[in-house]
Ligand binder design. Structure first.
Ligand SMILES: Cc1ncc(COP(=O)(O)O)c(C=O)c1O
Length: 324
C-alpha cells in the first residue's frame, strides 16, 4: 500500500502483441500509460525532483522550470505539487488544449511560446524564454531534460531494470521512441549491461533533426525534436527507424482495432517502426522484441484519432511534400 498515488510509479504491465504476419517475433509492449499521471514521464519527474531535494540541490522555496510539449509538463506539475514546490511550465502553440488544461489543473504556472523557431518548431524559442526567466528569478532550477543526466538516470534505475526482469529469457531487440533522449539513454545502458547482444532501435519521426534528418513541420507531440539532445551522447543505439506522422496515426488505429490498446502517438510510431524494420528481414529463429508504449490515446482524441484532423494536417502535408 502507498500513502499517495504519486508514489506508485513504475511496475507497469507488459502485454504480448500478436503480429499475425511475423510468426517468429514475440512482441511485448510495456504499457507506461499505467503510471500515475498517465505517461512514462512520471518516472523522470518523480526521480529528478526527489533526488535534487534529497541532495539539497534545491530547497522547499525553489521554483522549478521546464519546457514541455505535454506529458513531462503534466508529470512535473503533479510531482512539484506533491513536494510543495512552485513549477513554471513553458509550453507552445502545438500543445493540445487538453494537455494545457491538465498541466494547469495540476497546479503549474503556464507560459506559452507562440513564435516558431528556424526549424519550424518551438523548442528553441521555448529555451530562450526559459533563459530569460532564469536570469530574472532567484532560487530557480531548470530541469533541462535535454541535458540533465538525471533524466537518463531515472530510466536506467527504474524502467531499465523492470525491462530486464520483466521478459522471460533473452531480449533480442528493444524499440524506443526518442524526444529528449532520456528514456533511450538510460534504458539502453541498462539493457546492454544485462543482455550485451540486444539491439537497441531508436524510433524517430520524419521532420525531427535528432538523427540528422531534414527539419520539417511536425504535428504530433512526444516524439522527435528540433534540436539534438546532449543527453543522447551516452545512449547506445544500434539502428534508427524513421516513420511518418501518417504511419504513426494508422498504426495507433491498428493497435486499437486489432489489439485493443488505446495508445498515444509515439506508441503508434514505435509499432509502425517494428513492422517496417522486420518486413525487410528474414527471421529464421524466434526473436524476443520489446517496445515501450509511453502514453494513452485520450490525449490524442482531437488529433490522431480524429479522421478530419488527420486529413487536414497529415494527409495534406504528405501530398504537399510529395508535390514539392
Ligand atoms: C508520448 C511520448 N513518447 C515518447 C517520449 C520520449 O521520451 P524521451 O523524452 O525520454 O526521449 C515522450 C517524451 O516526452 C513522450 O511524451
Amino acid at each position: 500500500m502507498s500513502s499517495n498515488i504519486l508514489y506508485q510509479v513504475g511496475n507497469t504491465p507488459i502485454v504480448e502483441i500478436n503480429l499475425k504476419n511475423e510468426i517468429n517475433i514475440n512482441l511485448y509492449a510495456k504499457l507506461e500509460f499505467f503510471n500515475p499521471t498517465g505517461s512514462v514521464k512520471d518516472r523522470a519527474a518523480a526521480y529528478i525532483i526527489k533526488k535534487i531535494l534529497d541532495e539539497n540541490i534545491i530547497n522547499k522555496d525553489t521554483t522549478l522550470i521546464e519546457s514541455s510539449s505535454g506529458n513531462f509538463g503534466v508529470s512535473l506539475s503533479a510531482y512539484s505539487r506533491l513536494y510543495g514546490l512552485k513549477f513554471i511550465c513553458v509550453i507552445d502553440k502545438n500543445t493540445t488544449p487538453l494537455n494545457e488544461m491538465l498541466i494547469k489543473t495540476q497546479g503549474a504556472q503556464i507560459i506559452k511560446v507562440t513564435e516558431q523557431d528556424k526549424f519550424g518548431g518551438y523548442l528553441l524559442n521555448r529555451i530562450l524564454k526559459i533563459k530569460e526567466i532564469l536570469n530574472s528569478t532567484p532560487n530557480i532550477y531548470w530541469i533541462n531534460q535535454y541535458e540533465n543526466p538525471l533524466n537518463a538516470e531515472a530510466y536506467y534505475e527504474t524502467l531499465g531494470n523492470e525491462i530486464c526482469n520483466g521478459v522471460l529469457g533473452n531480449i533480442d531487440y528493444i524499440f524506443l521512441g526518442v524526444s529528449s533522449g532520456g528514456t533511450i539513454t538510460g534504458v539502453s545502458q541498462k539493457v546492454k549491461e544485462r543482455f550485451p547482444k540486444v539491439k537497441v532501435i531508436a524510433v524517430d519521426i520524419f521532420g525531427s533533426v535528432i538523427f540528422g534528418n531534414t527539419p520539417q513541420k511536425r504535428y504530433i507531440p512526444g516524439i522527435g525534436s528540433s534540436m539534438v539532445p546532449n543527453i543522447l551522447q551516452r545512449a547506445i543505439i544500434d539502428d534508427v527507424v524513421w516513420v511518418s506522422e501518417i504511419e504513426t496515426a494508422k498504426s495507433c488505429k491498428e493497435l486499437l482495432k486489432e489489439h485493443n490498446i488505446f495508445a498515444g502517438g509515439s506508441s503508434g510510431s514505435v509499432y509502425a517502426a517494428i513492422k517496417k524494420y522486420f518486413s525487410k528481414k528474414e527471421i529464421r529463429e524466434p526473436l524476443n522484441v520489446i517496445c515501450i508504449f509511453p502514453d494513452r490515446g485520450e490525449r490524442y482524441c482531437t488529433t490522431i484519432y480524429d479522421d478530419c484532423w488527420c486529413n487536414e494536417y497529415l494527409i495534406d502535408k504528405e501530398r504537399k511534400t510529395i508535390n514539392d
